[in-house]
Design a binder for this molecule. Structure first.
Ligand code: NDP
Length: 266
């Protein structure tokens, strides 16, 4: 019987996930279909899931915390970071996972000899990815426009700064990552330019989690001759890991990758 999947978000119309997953279902011969669903009220996530008779979903902005609360069983990592972006139904129960963070970790693994990482931004994506980076031995420092969102990072033992405090920092960083939405729908940089002009030159590489766009941050990094990458691989890898959960690990990572990456050239 055909199994149904979807992405829940608001907005959701521009999501690449339906194309990524449908290409993989087709390419691998799995009897599944993946749609998009505009979920306006996150508190209705669980009933909507069952009303639509879905087998699994991905969840995007702004519902990752609602997704966390909707689950009956949480993967230990999703539990730790408080954010779920993948849910699978098994025998009437909802199982929640976070695939953004392992997807991100894999996406930056091409950059070698990296120890010190500077996160520009302290939102939900920074939260889950900082925890996984720390677990595998990276040293993460977080700088954010406003103080409020830094509290979680302080509690978790990360070094944190607001733009104003950062003047006291004398470190250099190997990898600079834009974790904000600055540059997504505007031409803004994630921090004042003076900060970037100081941290980019000594860095080995610069990464943006925004995908499919040469953001002002990436342009500035390239002007300094740095190796750069956007968020496309992160999107691809979180999708592959979600697909593994959707299909109960019936296919290898590379088999899924071969099919799913076609979504990025269509
Ligand atoms: P959140 O809304 O949780 O956090 C947004 C962060 O960006 C906050 O730290 C906020 O700072 C900061 N910010 C927003 N606008 C500006 C600005 N103009 N200048 C400086 N700081 C700014 O967002 P998410 O963590 O969910 O998403 C962050 C980015 O990650 C988005 O661009 C999203 O598209 C991308 N993303 C990419 C994925 C991929 O697969 N490639 C997966 C998931 C997310 P403040 O606290 O001061 O408001």
């Amino acid at each position: 019987m055909k199994q149904l999947f979807a992405i829940f978000g608001n907005p959701v119309s521009h999501s690449k996930s339906p194309l990524m997953h449908n290409l993989s279902f087709k390419g691998l011969g799995f009897d599944g279909c993946y749609a998009r669903y505009l979920l306006e009220d996150g508190s209705t996530l669980k009933e909507t899931f069952f009303d639509l008779k879905l087998k699994g979903i991905n969840i995007t902005v702004p519902h990752k915390e609602h997704a966390y609360n909707a689950c009956d069983v949480l993967d230990p990592f999703a539990k730790k970071v408080g954010a779920v972006n993948t849910i699978v139904e098994k025998e009437g129960k909802l199982y929640g996972y976070n695939t953004d963070a392992p997807g991100f970790l894999k996406a930056i693994s091409e950059f070698k000899a990296i120890k010190k990482v500077l996160f520009l931004g302290a939102g939900g994506t920074a939260r889950s990815t900082s925890v996984i980076l720390k677990e595998v031995g990276y040293e993460v420092t977080v700088i954010n426009r406003s103080e409020g969102r830094l509290a979680y990072f302080k509690e978790e033992g990360f070094k944190t700064y607001t733009f104003e405090d950062f003047v006291s920092d004398t470190s250099s960083y190997d990898l600079i990552i834009n974790m904000t939405s600055a540059g997504l729908e505007d031409d803004s940089l994630p921090t004042p330019k003076e900060i970037l002009d100081r941290v980019i030159p000594p860095a080995k590489a610069c990464v943006d989690v925004i995908y499919g766009k040469d953001t002002p941050f990436l342009k500035l990094s390239k002007s300094y001759g740095k190796a750069t990458k956007d968020g496309s691989d992160m999107l691809l890898y979180q999708g592959i890991i979600a697909f593994e959960y959707f299909t109960d690990h019936a296919y290898t990572f590379d088999e899924i990758k071969t099919c799913m990456q076609k979504a990025f050239i269509l």
